[in-house]
Design a protein around this ligand. Sequence first.
Ligand SMILES: Nc1ncnc2c1ncn2[C@@H]1O[C@H](COP(=O)(O)OP(=O)(O)OP(=O)(O)O)[C@@H](O)[C@H]1O
Ligand SMILES: [Mg+2]
Length: 153
Amino acid sequence: MKKKESKKTNYFSCTFPAKSVNEGFARGIASAFCSQLDPTLEELCDVKTAISEAVTNCIVHAYKDEDDLKKKKITLKGEYGGSCLKITVKDCGCGIEDIEKAMQPMYSGGGEERSGMGFSIMECFTDKLAVKSKKGVGTTVILKKYIGKVSEE
Ligand SMILES: Nc1ncnc2c1ncn2[C@@H]1O[C@H](COP(=O)(O)OP(=O)(O)OP(=O)(O)O)[C@@H](O)[C@H]1O
Ligand SMILES: [Mg+2]
């Protein structure tokens, strides 16, 4: 059995401000989109959890010194082809200087109230996680998850 990436058959894109009220909004959109692939409850929960961590990071870390709502943008994109769901969460915030360090379990640059487990959770609840970031430019997190039965080649 091979997990197969097929040609893209559906997609969405939306942009909203990095405000904590929009964390649930992003989770809802991603969940509605993922539902089109007929996921199990567990798969749906996994996707919602991973998206929630990625979006929360944009809200909490990316725009710490930014007050202008118009600049505090999060772009959420989704696409699928076959059983492969791909979700992209992008911000134009402060960026991450050392991605490897940031992705280590229990590392947090966000103070004592954070546990430093967001990236580990994203990794655990998806099949593939990619993080691209540039200091002062922003961060893009790409999550892939195979939903439902896997295709045979
Ligand atoms: N979008 C982002 N913009 C800027 N920095 C980020 C972003 N996402 C993550 N980081 C940096 O990477 C660190 C690790 O992120 P991670 O989500 O693993 O942990 P956390 O957010 O600190 O804690 P938790 O998610 O457990 O509340 C963050 O503390 C922050 O320094
Ligand atoms: Mg986090």
